[in-house]
Design a protein around this ligand. Structure first.
Ligand code: DGJ
Length: 743
């Protein structure tokens, strides 16, 4: 998988992808290729690929021997700005007031097999992986740069990170250190991003690349509702199953930047990492700084090919693999059922009803602690509100457990309300600038998680509750962005405030790591006012995330279609909620809501006691069916059957394993004289097997593969007589199952 040829060419390949780089005449690293596997390469192949045809005119004297050389048009692995290359660089450093133009030259390399899963930082892992680290030195400035590249079995993913070490006597400031760079020889792509806002996260947005910088970023202290670190460069003729896509993501949850710069020759430079706009890290002599990991993906098989890569990578190399074997419980969450208005009796009624319907876990949301009857109080005081639970939380959770249900509990660990002892005793534990002007969000302050003492305090409080109430599941929320970022703790240590955002998110990871080390069986669901922190950093610890505060099934079609480009089905908490829906006031039928929510981990978030007997029966039957198909719906292979369109009205999703396929068709609005008159060739079937469609018709696998599934006009708006479902917000499912008859 990893070849080093003539101590000059570094070649990562695994039968599905190749990544090749070499040494430039000035001993920096040149990027040569990332794409479809090139197989074994000999010296002739390598010299052919590395032949450079000069585009740039100006040259630089790098040394006595290298006089006429320029970096301006070179594809590079880790470029620095300012020495003939005027594109943005991946690293910028300063000493005192002086900007450095570092000159990192190749020194040696190291190859390691396998990558352990270490809790301290979110990072990729995998036994079958191999990692090459290239050590580069800037002798004059006594700096070392380590660039690591990992490759995994059967995947096109290449994971990168960078580390800088100060071997000199002088303190330096790291102003920028990107995680990954990909220089490409062309720019004929659309830039795809997952954009949105609160209650409409991760919608697919595309725009063509043009000369200059196209970028997305977050400066909010979290990866954000507005942008996601995931980006893709997509062939202009891409379809669901054909076309080249290069994509990138970060295993990180804080301020990030993901950008592509197109130069005057139409070459593209993709870079991703911590956002330099809010970053400045002090590196004293002998100190080092390491970036989070970035991941590159490649496919020539369109959006479905991309999802095969991003999903497998997240499931097998980021999220703890144990969550593929352990079933995700079907939850009832009381938030939209009660909001803050509950007591033990009311909740027990909900839990008992949930149990009768087959629900497996009761999640007690916001409002169980302190004196929290609205969102303006008690965060940071993680002791039970005895007005609501007179016999304590352990008593309530005991009753839930007696129903043979798991018990889940909401926390917002990173926040504090002004009315708490925690705030009053430790006013210096919050993120707050010494200015008199400051902004408060949701009437709460952000705790200074850069300070380990703060993290320890919250850990102790949470651990006490988890132990006492035998909590099985946590919903970890985070409901405001960080404004006027300033850490009194960093100030006391004389560290630059530019370290704050990164140290804050490290504190978040530290709390996750401590909780999961003490309580290894805990399932932590991520959340940040819905999907404000849906990223690979959080998924490293939380196998699933509440994707949006918008629980309307029609809205979720877009949110999920976007999110699925980067993250697998198993990462969604999909809740069926009441109608009219609380966010958009839309009324949809229960069948539609359940058929959308079943793609991934299923849950309910409504007052079940208000439902009619027929609705309860419908839910009961649905849950029985879901349990039989849960493994497929959570861990199966996902495909989009209809092409993404910004004005999409009909969606077709499929999820498959070797024996079974479930296909969901969803339509938002009925339109006159419209028909989905299509054939859907199905993938992942065995051509030698027979399949049964919805327990009735039997068809050969090869017919379904080649001729396709006939969409039998269920939405046939052009002919109301043959339409089996009509009206807005309709759906139907196909279940295609292999039967024991070989042909
Ligand atoms: C925001 C979350 O996204 C909701 O699901 C709910 O937990 C509220 N916070 C509680 O305050």
């Amino acid at each position: 998988m990893l070849d080093v040829i003539d101590s000059r060419y570094f070649y990562l390949h695994n039968g599905v992808v190749s990544y090749l780089f070499d040494l430039l005449p000035n001993q920096q690293l040149e990027h040569l290729y990332y794409g479809a596997d090139l197989g074994n390469l000999d010296r002739d192949d390598l010299s052919y690929i590395s032949l450079h045809i000069n585009k740039a005119s100006g040259t630089v004297k790098f040394s006595k021997e290298i006089k006429n050389f320029s970096l301006a048009d070179r594809m590079q692995e880790y470029p620095t700005y300012g020495t003939s290359d005027f594109r943005e660089g991946a690293v910028s450093l300063e000493t005192g007031e002086t900007y450095l133009y570092p000159d990192f030259k190749y020194d040696h390399f190291k190859i390691e097999k396998g990558k352990k899963r270490e809790m301290a930082q979110p990072a990729s892992y995998g036994n079958g992986s191999e990692t090459i680290t290239i050590y580069l030195k800037d002798v004059e400035r006594q700096l070392e740069l380590e660039l690591s590249y990992s490759i995994f079995e059967n995947l096109t993913a290449i994971v990168r990170k960078a580390k800088i070490i100060n071997h000199g006597q002088q303190e330096i400031k790291v102003k920028n250190l990107q995680s990954g760079v990909l220089d490409l020889p062309n720019s004929d792509y659309n830039f795809l991003q997952l954009s949105g806002a609160w209650v409409k996260e991760r919608h697919i947005t595309t725009r063509p690349l043009t000369q200059g910088i196209t970028k997305i970023e977050s400066l909010r202290g979290a990866s954000s509702h507005q942008e996601n670190p995931f980006i893709a460069l997509v062939d202009k003729n891409v379809t669901n199953d054909t076309g080249t896509i290069y994509a990138s993501n970060l295993i990180y949850s804080g301020n990030f930047v993901s950008q592509v710069e197109v130069d005057e020759w139409g070459q593209s430079r993709l870079m991703t990492g911590i956002n330099p706009a809010t970053f400045c890290w002090k590196l004293a002599p002998n100190e080092e700084f390491c970036t989070p990991e970035s991941v590159l993906f490649y496919t020539s098989h369109g959006f479905n090919g991309l999802m095969r890569q991003t999903h497998t990578f997240a499931k097998n190399h980021v999220i703890d693999q144990k969550w593929q074997k352990q079933e995700r419980p079907i939850v009832i969450n009381n938030w939209e059922a009660t909001y803050f208005d509950f007591d033990e009796k009311k909740l027990m009624k909900l839990a008992t009803q949930a149990k009768e319907l087959g629900i497996e876990c009761f999640v007690l949301d916001d409002g169980w602690f302190g004196k929290r009857d609205s969102d303006n109080s008690s965060l940071g005081n993680w002791t039970v509100d005895t007005r609501k639970f007179p016999q304590g939380l352990a008593h309530f959770s005991g009753q839930v457990h007696r129903l043979k249900m798991k018990f889940g509990l909401w926390f917002e660990p990173e926040m504090v309300s002004p009315d708490t002892e925690l705030y009053q005793e430790h006013p210096d534990w919050i993120v707050r600038h010494p200015y008199s002007r400051y902004s408060v969000g949701r009437r709460q302050y952000v705790l200074d998680f850069a300070n380990p003492e703060v993290v320890e305090n919250i850990y102790e409080q949470m651990a006490t509750v988890i132990k006492e109430a035998k909590v099985d599941y946590i919903k970890w929320d985070m409901n405001r962005n960080i404004t006027e970022a300033y850490s009194p703790y960093l100030h006391s240590l004389n560290h630059p405030q530019g370290e704050f955002f990164h140290r804050y998110i490290q504190g978040v990871y530290q709390l996750y790591a401590k909780l999961l080390t003490t309580f290894p069986n805990l399932l932590i669901e991520g959340c940040a006012s819905g999907g404000g922190r849906f990223d690979l950093g959080i998924l490293f610890y939380s196998p699933q995330i509440w994707p949006s505060d918008d629980s309307d099934a029609a809205e979720r079609l877009d949110i999920m279609s976007g999110t699925l480009l980067a993250y697998p089905l198993s990462t969604f908490s999909n809740h069926v909620s009441a109608v009219p829906n609380d966010q958009v006031k839309r009324v949809t039928n229960l069948k539609f809501r359940q058929e959308v929510a079943c793609f991934g981990p299923l849950g309910y978030e409504l007052d079940l006691n208000k439902l009619s007997t027929t609705e309860k029966e419908e839910i009961k039957e649905w849950i029985k069916w879901y349990k039989k198909n849960r493994n497929l719906l959570v861990n199966g292979i996902f495909d989009q059957l209809l092409k993404f369109d910004p004005a999409q009205n009909v969606y077709a999703w499929s999820v498959s394993n070797s024996n079974k396929q479930i296909i969901g068709f969803y339509r938002k609005f009925a339109r006159p004289n419209e028909s989905l008159d299509q054939y859907f060739p199905l993938k992942h079937l065995n051509s030698r097997k027979q399949y049964q469609i919805n327990g009735r018709q039997t068809v050969a696998g090869r017919v379904l593969q080649k001729y396709g599934l006939r969409e039998p006009y269920q939405f046939n708006a052009s002919n109301p007589d043959t339409a089996q479902v009509s009206g807005d917000f309709q759906s139907y499912l196909y279940q295609i199952k292999a039967i024991d008859r070989k042909i």
